[in-house]
Design a protein around this ligand. Structure first.
Ligand code: GDP
Length: 365
């Protein structure tokens, strides 16, 4: 499963956020959360469309799609040099597909800050620097070998790799992350094989006090200003408050509390949706009387690959896909009605599956 890692300095609110995400009460009965390891949670992705489909199809079962969230605690200054179990944490980050970077944007004299004052931009730079130093180490290790190879090799990929390595080295040495380096599609391909930490997509979470959720405080403004060239999303969440809300018994109570804060949905729900987008994931549905289900696929997947997500046999024996657009299904109310209206599209192997498609695969066994 695809994984998002939560990173940030100690005491910024990572565990508080992770606990909100993993609080079973905050999820409805159909949306269970389960903990695989103490710091790894499987989280269902909230999707309004699933609720609408359930109303129309009335299936025996509804299955949402999930992503994994890992709380990567303990990243501190000096981690790239192995301080404070640094290498272990960096190895954990390498295994994730995207990063949720939590920044402390609240004042509270009772919560000590490792660097003595609240300054989310400095905090972000501390973490970035550790990740950049680690990447630089990776790059420097590869450059020597690749130079030799590129000289004698006839494979153009080797030369291309060397060029990419040099671009990255320059960026990292000037304090920039790998994700800020513009690359051609061909270069992207070779770059992927490097698994750089600072090349992973990132989402910033400003952890604010209750009063600053809807009005940006000075810390949030400073963060937004600092990351404006990174093409990264910034979410504002009051983790502590959300943790308290998650403790409330009923959905209605939680909703009321949120509305009091001026919010329509919880920051946690927003976070999960954003993480899903960050991973470049889309959802298709299968809708039968037994089960209405959401399936995750990477943006750009063709119909056979999407079929393979349900079962490898579906991919091997793929014949065609019958596709109903979500909007058509909702407007017409049933598969039968869509059929009569000519709204079931027959698609072949080259069809690029779209977010929201309701799929029925035909295959040979
Ligand atoms: P971590 O080390 O990043 O995992 O941080 P924790 O989640 O353990 O939080 C550190 C401390 O800050 C805890 O005592 C939390 O209760 C507190 N805390 C977390 N979020 C907030 C917040 O939004 N406002 C305030 N005032 N305290 C918070």
């Amino acid at each position: 499963a695809l994984q998002c890692g939560i990173v940030g300095l100690p005491n910024v609110g990572k565990s508080t956020l992770f606990n909100c995400l993993s609080n079973a009460k905050a999820q409805s009965a159909n949306f269970p959360f389960c903990t695989i390891e103490p710091n790894v949670g499987v989280i269902t992705v909230p999707d309004e469309r699933l609720i609408q489909l359930e109303k129309l199809v009335k299936p025996q079962k509804v299955t949402p799609t999930t992503i994994e969230i890992v709380d990567i605690a303990g990243l501190v200054k000096g981690a790239s040099k192995g301080e404070g179990l640094g290498n272990k944490f960096l190895a954990n980050i390498r295994e994730t597909d995207a990063i949720i970077h939590v920044l402390r944007c609240f004042d509270d004299d009772n919560v000590t800050h490792v660097d003595g004052s609240v300054d989310p931009v400095r905090d972000k730079e501390i973490i970035d620097l550790e990740l950049q130093l680690k990447d630089l180490e990776t790059i420097n290790n590869r450059i020597g070998k690749t130079e030799k190879l590129a000289k004698s090799s006839k494979n153009p990929e080797d030369k291309r790799l060397l060029e990419v390595l040099i671009k990255y080295k320059e960026a990292l040495e000037s304090g920039k992350s790998a994700r800020t380096v513009p690359l051609t599609d061909q270069e992207e391909k070779v770059a992927k094989s490097l698994f750089l930490l600072t090349n992973k997509p990132v989402l910033y979470v400003c952890n604010v006090d209750e009063g600053s959720v809807t009005t940006e405080n000075q810390y949030v403004q400073a963060v937004k200003q600092a990351v404006k060239d990174e093409n990264a999303q910034v979410l504002v969440i009051a983790a502590q408050t959300e943790a308290e809300i998650a403790e409330l018994e009923t959905y209605e109570e939680r909703q009321m509390f949120l509305e009091d804060l001026g919010l329509k949905e919880s920051g946690v729900a927003k976070l999960i949706k954003s993480a899903y987008k960050l991973l470049n994931l889309n959802t298709f549905f299968t809708a039968g009387e037994k089960e209405v289900r959401a399936w995750t696929f990477p943006a750009g997947a063709l119909a056979p690959q999407a079929a393979g997500i349900i079962h490898s046999d579906f991919e091997k024996g793929f014949i065609r896909a019958e596709v109903i657009k979500y909007e058509d299904f909702i407007a017409l109310g049933s598969e039968q009605a869509c059929k009569e209206a000519g709204k079931i599209h027959i698609e072949g192997k080259e069809y690029e599956v779209q977010d929201g498609d309701i799929m029925h695969f035909r295959f040979n066994v």
